[in-house]
Design a binder for this molecule. Structure first.
Ligand code: NAD
Ligand code: WQD
Length: 339
C-alpha cells in the first residue's frame, strides 16, 4: 500500500509484532523508540522475517525536536502509538515517571502531529480502564471506571485527552484500542516478549520456569469466586493483536474517537493456562499457590463483537498456538534478545 506510518514504541513486544505486519502489507514504517524497555536487536529479526526494513530512530516521544524532524523528513500519514511505561506495580512506586511518559509524552506527540497536519492516531489503551467495578464482559459503551493504579489512570487520562482533542477538531481520527491480555510470539520464534528482570506477567513467568530460569510459578490466589478459584483473563495471541492494528487503520478514515476492545471474548483461568502450556509443550511447570496479588480482579474478558462488526477483525489463533509460539520463542531465545 506504500503508506508512511510512524510507530512509537515499535521495538517493544506488541509494537515489533505490529511492525512485521505493517511491513508485510507494504507500508513504510518509521519506528521511534528510546529502548528503555527493548533491544535494537529486534530490527535484524524483523528484517529476517519480512525481508524489508523499518527506519529506526532512537529517541524519545517527549523530545519535540526529534518529532519535528521525523515529521519534516517523512510524509507520515498516521501514527500508531505504543510507547509508554507499562508495569502496574512499578507505577505506584514512581507515578511521576508514568504520567511523564504516558500522559505528557502523548501530549507532546499530539502537538507535533497537529503542527505537521497529521491527525490520524491509534492509541494502545487497556482493559484496565474499565476499572474495578465493571460487570463482565466489558463493552465499549460502558463508562471508564475507577482505576486502581497510576498506570491505569494514565491510560484513562490519555483516552479522555484524545476524546477531547477529537471533539475540538473534527479533522482528527483516533482509535482507542483496549487490549486484553496479549501473549505468544511470532510463529518464526524470532521475535517475542523479552521482559527485563523478573516477569510481572503470567505467560513470561510460565515460560521462564519451563526453560529453567525460575524455580516455580507462584499462582496468586486460589480462592477467587471462579470455576477453579484462580483468576480468569482474556488471553489473545499477539499476532491477532497486531492484525487488529492493521484493521483499525481502516477505521481512521472515519473522523472522531472510536473505542474497540481487542480480545477473544473468552476468559481462561491461571490453572487452565498452566495446564494448557504443559499439554502443548510436554514441559512441566512446577507451581504453588500464594496469596492474592494486590489489585487483581477475579475475572474479566471482552465483548469483542464491535471490532468484529466494524473492523472485520476477530482473534483467530487458538490457545494451542499461543502456547506453541510462546515456547518456540522462549526455548530458542532463553535469554531473550541477549542470546
Ligand atoms: P513494551 O514495553 O514492550 O513496549 C513499549 C516500548 O516503548 C518499548 O520498546 C520502550 O522502549 C518504548 N518507550 C517507552 N517509553 C518511551 C518514550 N518515552 N519514548 C520512546 N519510546 C518509549 O510494551 P508492550 O507490551 O509492547 O506494550 C505496548 C503498549 O501497549 C504500551 O503502551 C502498553 O501500556 C500497552 N498495553 C500493553 C498490554 C500488555 O499486556 N502488554 C496491555 C494493554 C496495553
Ligand atoms: C494474569 C493472571 C495474576 C503472574 C496486566 C495489567 C493490565 C494489562 C495486562 C497493560 C492474574 C496471575 C500472574 C504470576 C500469577 N497490561 N499471575 N502468577 O494482571 O491481568 O494484566 O497485564 O495494560 O493492565 O494489569 O496480567 O499476566 O500479570 O496476570 O498467578 O507470577 O495471572 O494474578 O490473575 P493482568 P498478568
Amino acid at each position: 500500500m506504500g503508506d508512511f506510518l510512524l510507530v512509537t514504541g515499535g521495538a517493544g513486544y506488541i509494537g515489533s509484532h505490529t511492525v512485521v505486519n505493517l511491513l508485510e502489507r507494504g507500508s513504510q514504517v518509521i519506528v521511534l523508540d528510546n529502548l528503555c524497555n527493548s533491544n535494537d536487536a529486534v530490527f535484524d529479526r524483523i528484517d529476517s522475517i519480512t525481508h524489508s526494513q523499518a527506519v529506526f530512530v532512537k529517541g524519545d516521544i517527549r523530545d519535540r525536536d526529534c518529532l519535528a524532524k521525523i515529521f519534516s523528513t517523512y510524509p507520515i500519514d498516521s501514527v500508531i502509538h505504543f510507547a509508554g511505561l507499562k508495569a502496574v506495580g512499578e507505577s505506584s512506586q514512581i507515578p511521576l515517571d508514568y504520567y511523564q511518559n504516558n500522559v505528557y509524552g502523548t501530549l507532546v506527540l499530539c502537538e507535533a502531529m497537529a503542527a505537521a497536519g497529521v491527525k490520524k492516531l491509534i492509541f494502545s489503551s487497556s482493559a484496565t480502564v474499565y476499572g474495578e467495578d465493571a460487570p463482565v464482559p466489558y463493552e465499549e459503551t460502558m463508562p471508564r471506571g475507577k482505576t486502581s493504579n497510576p498506570y491505569g489512570t494514565s491510560k484513562a487520562m490519555v483516552e479522555q485527552i484524545l476524546t477531547d482533542l477529537c471533539a475540538s477538531d473534527p479533522e482528527w481520527s483516533v482509535a482507542l484500542l483496549r487490549y486484553f491480555n496479549p501473549i505468544g510470539a511470532h510463529p518464526s520464534g524470532l521475535i517475542g516478549e523479552d521482559p527485563k528482570g523478573i516477569p510481572n506477567n503470567l505467560m513470561p513467568f510460565i515460560s521462564q520456569v519451563a526453560v529453567g530460569k525460575r524455580k516455580e510459578l507462584s499462582i496468586f490466589g486460589n480462592d477467587y469466586p471462579t470455576s477453579d478459584g484462580t483468576c480468569e483473563r482474556d488471553y489473545l495471541h499477539v499476532m491477532d493483536l497486531a492484525d487488529g492494528h492493521v484493521s483499525a487503520l481502516s477505521a481512521l478514515d472515519e473522523k472522531g474517537a472510536h473505542i474497540y476492545n481487542l480480545g477473544t471474548g473468552k476468559g481462561l483461568s491461571v490453572l487452565e493456562m498452566v495446564e494448557s502450556f504443559k499439554r502443548v509443550t510436554g514441559v512441566d511447570v512446577p507451581y504453588s499457590f500464594a496469596d492474592r496479588r494486590e489489585g487483581d480482579l477475579p475475572a474479566f474478558w471482552a465483548d469483542a463483537s464491535k471490532a468484529e462488526k466494524e473492523l472485520d477483525w476477530s482473534a483467530t489463533r487458538t490457545l494451542d498456538e499461543m502456547m506453541e509460539d510462546t515456547w518456540r520463542w522462549q526455548s530458542n531465545n532463553p535469554n531473550g534478545y541477549d542470546g
